[in-house]
Write a protein that binds this ligand. Sequence first.
Ligand SMILES: Cc1cc2nc3c(=O)[nH]c(=O)nc-3n(C[C@H](O)[C@H](O)[C@H](O)COP(=O)(O)OP(=O)(O)OC[C@H]3O[C@@H](n4cnc5c(N)ncnc54)[C@H](O)[C@@H]3O)c2cc1C
Length: 666
Amino acid sequence: MENANQLRPTAQPSGRPKASGSQTDCTNIIVVGTGPVGIRAARMLKGQNPCHNILVFGEETSAPYNRVQLSLYLYGEISRDALTLPTKTELEDDIEYHFGKKVVAINKEDRLIVDQYGQSYFYDKLILATGSKAVFPAILGNTLTNTFTFRTLEDTDNLLARKKHGHGVYIIGSGPLGIEAAIGMKTRDNRVYLQARNYLLDPSLDRKAQEILGDSLQTAGIYVIEGDNTESILGTDHVIGVELSSGRIIECDTVVFCTGVTANKALADGAELATNKGILVNDVMQTSDPYIYAVGECSEHEGRTYGLVAPGFEQVTAMSTHVAGNALPYTGSNTNIKLKFGSQSSALIGKVTDADCETFVYANRLKGIYRKLFLHNQVLVGYIYIGNWIELAQLQQAYAACTRIKTKSLEQFEQTGVLWDDPKPTHIKDQPEEYIVCLCENVTRGALTKAMESGNRTIDSLCSATNAGVTCGSCKPLLAEMLDAPTQNLVMRHYKSIYWYSILAIALMVATVLLNPIGIGESSQVNWQLEKLWFDNFWKQVSGYSLLLLSLLAAGISIRKRWKKLNVGHLDDWRYVHSIIGVIALVMLMIHTGMRLGHNMNFVLMVVFLSATLTGSLVGVFMARNHHWTDLKLREHRAWWSRVHYTLLWMLPALLSYHILAVYYF
Ligand SMILES: Cc1cc2nc3c(=O)[nH]c(=O)nc-3n(C[C@H](O)[C@H](O)[C@H](O)COP(=O)(O)OP(=O)(O)OC[C@H]3O[C@@H](n4cnc5c(N)ncnc54)[C@H](O)[C@@H]3O)c2cc1C
């Protein structure tokens, strides 16, 4: 097998039949593949030289679409139409598209390709942009009905149908695609499991980062299964569950494989081009045949294949300049990963390996924040973050400009997670004109403002006017911020009811503390039967033990959240039940005590009980108010009050035991 390094750029081939066009530099160019990279290649070549005769072949029957944004389509954030890739401008009017036509063979000698119907087409230059296909792992049951991959528009339409009707979704693979599939498949009514064999998102994330990311997924209602492999998929015809290596069975009716991709190189292999993991190319993207180029996910350059779209675009630039007779060699790409996860941002940018780098970490699990900086000679060469970061814009500028970062700032960063004392304005509108909003297409804040001034007042029109957000779409929340438009997000279930139960609990507590205690015969209206509730020994025991039972039940529900083995039902449903039990427990407390605060240890018990319920109610209010999970301030309040709530709860068993002993023995 030929090595990519052995391939050298060659001079432009000549002496072959030319295109049917009359201009001498007009060539017949065939592009195979209608993914984002193939379409970019066709448009760029045509833009460079309008007289090129360009034919594009695509196996998929649909018009070319933006694969990167399939996740947003699965989330329900964009329509099917919004996925369509622009294929033609006026200039590119005569690019000839052949959709639903697979290229099955290449005849290198005569420079012909053959489509699936046996028709041949001549090329001067052939561009292979055949991309990758999803890997279907060899797991028992992988051919059962309702097992899917997540790669194409057709896959996504199938998943959307399951999202409507399925109740349990099990996703195998926890890289970016698996995580986005999990978020996309989550609804109010289903259960989504994400099987993470070794890591979440990327192997370079350390344990702390994994935990923090796992927390945010759990908050989104996704159950992460760690360290337990999928043994087999269960069912005779349809999926009914999966069995894990530990013997645990998970009931589900849909399985999604997000277990990696493999380059589509069968066409190249058939033509005896040099291949390895992908189609081997040199620095101008030529394969072992100088008339044939390979770009995008199907290519392998210097031993590397890329599973991202931006490297493919960079390769297209190198290829098209070489076709035009110039040289702009490709030197490899960064593999930046940005998770499309509502406004809870996570990313790995630049060089994120510890080798040759000094690293600085700030992590706060309570706040759901993880930040790691990679520096070489004090210069920022890469960074990782999970959770929003007020300094992101400034950080991006420091990274792009290779700015040196002061030791003092780094020391402060390790203590507080903040690099600069005076972070620059964080609202996108306050950023300088040259600030890059869309990293994929290099669209600046200034360009967006201009487009807005010329009447583009919706996200869609702003995207099509500037190209921002058309590739990965992760800058769309920023576009929404520029337009003051709302962005869609995951919503907490029962948030209104939880809010009102929490408010009711607070009102009951205020009543218990402020209203006069109920006394014997104080009011003729108080029926003596009712008085028994407060003063009869038997009824006191009934209310006392009911209170104990309710408290245990509420505590049991909190354990459900922390103990993954008990993960039955949706967390939000249990939160709802917890808030109802809290209110009933308070009513029972009022009955049991007659709204008297008591003395000595009873007083302490009453204060601790009321404080625990009050802090629990506050947590309920903050959570319900932050039902889109996007408000960081409310999230912090919730986390702080939760800590106080748990501390108080830990004091209760001892106080309750003392109270029961005191009643029976003293
Ligand atoms: C859900 C999802 C989310 C993603 N999110 C991101 C992201 O946020 N950022 C990012 O950078 N990347 C992302 N990716 C990866 C990104 O989509 C790919 O890197 C990109 O699509 C590669 O483009 P390509 O044109 O090289 O290949 P592809 O998109 O795979 O396109 C290749 C096309 O060629 C066709 N083809 C293959 N063989 C033939 C043949 N013999 N004849 C005719 N046609 C053929 C295929 O049918 C296909 O349509 C995501 C991928 C998925 C599935």
